[in-house]
Design a protein around this ligand. Structure first.
Ligand code: FRU
Length: 494
């Protein structure tokens, strides 16, 4: 039985989403049906389709008591909206249904595992617990035994107020369910706790997979844990980070702990800590594994600090990244857009061996819903160009730029002139491999965002900008001289 609260939310989203014109949204990136969205949740396969939930408050374009919005897809590109899945309608989740995950159970039901919050953030009585809801892909029943993980399951001294964002999976070999959950430890910083269960209802603490020790921010939110090529990866989103070189920036950031995992003892040995996205808007990513064995990641494409900027009075706020295929190379995480996007490419323009000296536009290369690859290959290694620049979302008034400095091995993303009316950070830099001025960019544009995949996914920079849509120019510039190949497609979703 759906609660009154949920039925009202369903009614509300149906009515008020009508007021948002399709032209006010990105074309293939997920936005809330109406109102607010933050983290992706429950990214998983159910009955052969990809399901995705998101932190959702339909009634405002600001964060509020969290519900779970819901969409599904057969191919990560075309998403179908489903009614809001759960809302804060129980005593143990009255303040909000915070982030979590989902899986398909052997009996055909879909299980949601989420954080129930009771009490205001950071007050002594606030409690965060892990809860379950069972459903059929549309309607969900919260488990009568909720919550299933509470302060009782925590090691001595760990905080019951910061205990959230369970990521569940089933391990066939062990015939067990596991979940990793973010938690605050006695030293006031984050940790990733691992729990196990035979039946999803009864859970036990296994180990602390890794902990922050005040080195990478404070509380660690939204953990995920998976292996690729025998390497173990933990994704987590630290709060209150302090900048470190170009690798990590201040505030909420995302890190990847790379190491090895020993199945018998559940011991994770950390070898490295690496950044995940060098852009301005990326947080709280989550992954799933597809049937053909690909590890796909999706994140919230937004920084908390800029959420009070509500462009153009749109009645939606927040979007997710484009889903990315992850792979491993030399202990690093490589990210590329999911391959399914190739099915939606139209109006291809191929331009090879174009010399760039001054500002150049290419006939047919423009637009705001675009998949474009640009390969730069200099002719004069001894007299290497100073700078190469791609301008997007450009007209006389606006532009956003991706600038490559070959002498410094840096790529800079700059949205200062994108029309962003907020006194916040608008540029960020990524260190890239030294290849004597050679570099490859793949840029996914979807109206209000750009995701820049550098050198086949070695680095990624994601950022939102809200430039008016009539600014759809794309141009190329160099200080000095270089040559480029450009392959550009419009992405068309019918
Ligand atoms: C991360 C986060 C999660 C929490 C959710 C609340 O962005 O703070 O830790 O579950 O957002 O909306």
């Amino acid at each position: 039985m759906n609660s009154q609260l949920l039925l009202e939310a369903r009614e509300y989203e149906k009515i008020y989403s009508e007021q948002i014109q399709p032209s006010e949204r990105p074309v293939f990136h997920i936005t809330p049906w109406v109102g607010w969205l933050n983290d992706p949740n429950g990214f998983s396969t159910y009955k052969g389709e990809y399901h995705l939930f998101y932190q959702y408050y339909p009634y405002d374009v600001n964060w509020g008591p969290m519900h779970w919005g819901h969409v599904k897809s057969k191919d990560f590109i075309k998403w179908e909206r489903l009614p809001v899945a759960i809302g804060p309608d129980m005593d143990y989740d009255v303040t909000g249904c915070f982030s979590g995950s989902a899986i398909e159970l052997p009996d055909g039901r879909q299980l949601l595992m989420y954080t129930g919050v009771k009490g205001i953030d950071n007050t002594p009585s606030c409690r965060q617990t892990q809860c379950l809801a069972f459903g059929d892909g549309i309607d969900y029943e919260k488990y009568e035994g909720n919550p299933v993980l509470t302060v009782k399951n925590l090691p001595e001294g760990n905080s019951p107020r910061d205990f959230r964002d369970p990521k569940i999976w089933y391990d066939k070999k062990d015939e067990r369910y596991y979940a990793v959950v973010g938690n605050r430890t006695a030293d006031d910083s984050g940790a990733i706790l691992m729990f196990e269960s035979k039946d999803v209802l009864n859970w036990e603490y296994v180990t602390t997979l890794d902990s922050c020790k005040n080195e990478y921010g404070k509380m660690w939110e939204c953990p995920d844990f998976f292996e690729i090529n025998g390497k173990a990866f933990i994704l987590t989103s630290p709060q209150e980070m302090r900048a470190k070189g170009l690798e990590f920036h201040n505030g909420n950031d995302v890190i990847c702990l790379v190491g090895s995992y020993e199945r018998e003892t559940h011991a994770f040995t950390r070898e490295n800590v690496i950044p995940v996205d060098f852009g301005l808007d990326f947080y709280a990513p989550q992954t799933l594994e597809t049937e053909d064995g690909r590890r796909i990641m999706i994140g919230w494409m937004q920084a908390w600090e800029t959420t009070r900027f509500h462009p153009h009075q749109y009645q939606w706020m927040g979007q997710l990244t484009f889903p990315r295929e992850l792979s491993e190379k030399e202990g690093k995480l490589i990210q590329n857009p999911v391959r399914e996007i190739a099915n939606y490419r139209e109006n291809g323009v191929l331009c090879e061996g174009l010399k760039i000296v001054e500002k150049t536009e290419i006939p047919g290369v423009s637009g705001r819903v675009v998949d474009m690859t640009v390969e730069v290959h200099p002719s004069l290694i001894e007299d290497l160009y100073e700078e190469f620049k791609i301008n997007i979302a450009e007209n006389e008034e606006y532009s956003t730029s991706i600038i490559y400095h070959p002498h410094k091995n840096l790529v800079e993303f700059n949205r200062e002139n994108s029309g962003y009316r907020l006194n916040v950070v608008h540029t960020r830099k990524a260190p890239v491999r030294d290849q004597d001025g050679k570099i490859k960019f793949r840029i996914i544009l979807d109206r209000f965002s750009a995701e820049v995949f550098i050198n086949d996914g070695e680095q990624v920079m994601s950022a939102c900008f809200y430039t008016p849509l009539e600014a759809e120019g794309i141009s190329f510039e160099a200080k000095g001289e270089t040559w480029i190949d450009v392959e550009k497609y419009d992405i068309v979703i019918k």
